[in-house]
Design a protein around this ligand. Sequence first.
Ligand code: BGC
Length: 853
Amino acid sequence: MRLERLRTLHRVDPLGIDQPPEFSWNIAAVAANTRQATYQVTVRDGTRTVWDSGIVPSRKQSFVEYEGPPMTARTAYQWSVQVEDNHGAVATASACFETALLDDDWAGRWVQSTIPRPAPGADWGHGTQPPAVQFVRAFRLRAPVRRARLYATALGAYRPLLNGARLDDRELAPEFSVYRSRLYYQTYDVTGLLCAGANELSLYVGDGWYFCPATRPLAADEPRTVPAILYELDVRYADGSSEIIASDGTEICRTGPVRSSDLFWGERYDATVPFGEPHPVEVVDLGYTHLVAQPIDPIRPVELLPARRVYTTIDGDTIVDFGQIVAGRARAWIDAPAGTEVIFDHFETTTADGGYFNGTYAGQRDVYVSDGSPQLYEPLFTFHGFRYLRVSGLPVVRTEGFTAVLLTTPKERTGHFECSDPALTRLHQNVLWSQRNNMMSIPTDCPTREKAGFTGDIQIYTPAAFANEDLTAFLTAWLANLAAEQARHGTVPMTVPFTPPYERLTLTMSAQHGTHGVAGIAGWSDAAVLVPWEMYRATGNTVVLRESWASMSAWGDSVLATARNERGGLPEDLDRHLWNTGFHFGEWLIPSQRQRGGDFEICAESAAYVAPFFGYRSVRLLADIAELLGYPDERARYAAHATAMRDAIHQVFMSDVELPTQLMGAYVLAFAFDLVPAERWQPYAERLVALIEANGGLLDTGFLATPFLLDVLVRIGRADLAVALLWERRQPSWLYQVDMGATAIWENWDAVAPDGTPGTSSLDHYAFGCVDDWICREVAGIRAAIPGYEHTIIAPRTEIGLSWCNRSLLTEFGLLSVRWTQEELEVVIPCNTTATVYWRGERYSIGSGTHLF
Ligand code: BGC
């Protein structure tokens, strides 16, 4: 028996944390049926033991929370875990972490540029942002260095250099967050980059999210108008002494080759422009209390994709095709005479005849002006969503000269799927691509047009996301941002962070729908409850439930208050229990509705059930979560409200054998949220099936109902129909996209017409990728019977039309895998867990190990 996969706060040996840690480990054993009998965690700060859990008789091996005294800042800690299993075997393993600055004890002062620049525009931008600013500090060190850390952050996106060398390969620090209350700072190990004598530190600051018109902080947060930096270099010398070199106003600042950088419009890099005249900096007080040690692994280049081919269109454009939609940047080998302007236009898909097509209002254009020397160019402060690149101005365009760089927050891959059907296998890969392409710092809707943290999209997608990657640290950080927005607005906005375009949209829609200010949106704002809940279901994480309790209950209370206070035109005794006012997106993107009109005008019909149903769902879950957390009063309070809400829904929506709306999603959500009264079960089930049949056997659901569609069909005894929808190849369907050559998940079922003509939808939106979770549970047959997979049901659907299927899932306990053919089933169950297997009409109870049936 041995221990592996040790994680601290669900990260590997994190450097620079400011949270009390939680610890996790996996057990690997040769012996079958291995369980953890006891564990003991000890934490040391070099020599001293600062915490010893003692021997704990428990099977817990994830989210084991540190319970020692408060940690010391800037300190390296080692932790060890010793486990004894049920067979008497003992194993030990160790990992480490290091704290950052814990008490806002910054020695550095904020310094800002004095180079004049226009205030950021109010709209989506136009591609002519001001030049990036480099801050430079020269300093001397008196002796050789034993250990050095740099803590730094900026307003803007910065790239630091020490003595001309990059500190690591992270990109776009300090990343995207609710800057007003959660500006991340970064911790770097720079021991090897310093020398005794003269040194130079520089931070090159582009616009990043902070100054980008579409992503900058809300006006009410008084966003600054010029780039600023803060840093502190903590040097420990070989002789035991130490020194701090901190930002203090002795820096200079200057502009250089990055003439303009914008997240949507791209970057202009002029290699003929050297760094210019030094300007003084100005010391300003921007405060420290909003600084947070970056709680997630940094954005990095995670995968490189060499170009597949270069071709010329009938319009004479030169196009580079990477064969895959990716979020990030293109790296290009440029060899052109001095002064040549080389233009790179990034786009997701071509016109039907292979031509350039930009379906988004984001320009996605990078420009490089050559100084005559051959260069490998990659922009510094922007990123795009693209599969293709139109290249203009480069004398020779060679396939070998281009690489697409995937930029994303690295996360541990937890899921693999492959089966005998190439289209279904490709669908899974497309899901994974959209996931990776949309998880740069925060979960986004798309990497092109909006790059926004839509609460609804991630709410829908969280279960599928966990079937592919470990998102614990990533979503925990995002939920802290959500709580920060909520604290400001009293409700959960449609995007987190909440930025000017969405504030404007919310206020406009609120005004049109008789509400005031920032109001909640059903199925979007509910992310406050649904995301932590799904995180718990995927991993057994109760820490996130506890830490999110204030935020989720505040959200639930705001739904209850809206229901109580806003009149929706029904008799008072019903009205007060229904969330039935305000603007909602409804199900969003229901195919049949889209044909009827503008996106916002058609929301109302499905909003009529989406709001009360989701309101009920959140409040009902709050009762369950309160029960789990041991809050009996809260449990009773939410349960009583939930019952009243359900009764009101029954009276208003379910007094007849049909729902008032004949949209599939209404039935789907009613079943999914356990809202269907017993006497309506049969007629509603028949009605849902009839609606699908009347629609030619095609689905007609939008964002909010699609995640439940196939499950509901299984539940009402029509698994055959669920399977048919999965295999459907006409539009709208998942495999239609695959047949049309999709390499990621489309925003809209009709994003590309059958003749290959693209529309303006994004081709890289993970929401409809939610089906990947169903495939894992129903096709591979892996279902968590207890949240976190402490007990798993294995029930493959071998009649689905595949000859074989392999699915693995790296659970909190370790690797779980299912491989089935028509002849046999091989199951790997992680240590410390059990499973019930259904195979060929038999039922088997098994423990950990590899089992062949
Ligand atoms: C985004 C979404 C989002 C929606 C809400 C769209 O523009 O791309 O995915 O959830 O707006 O209306």
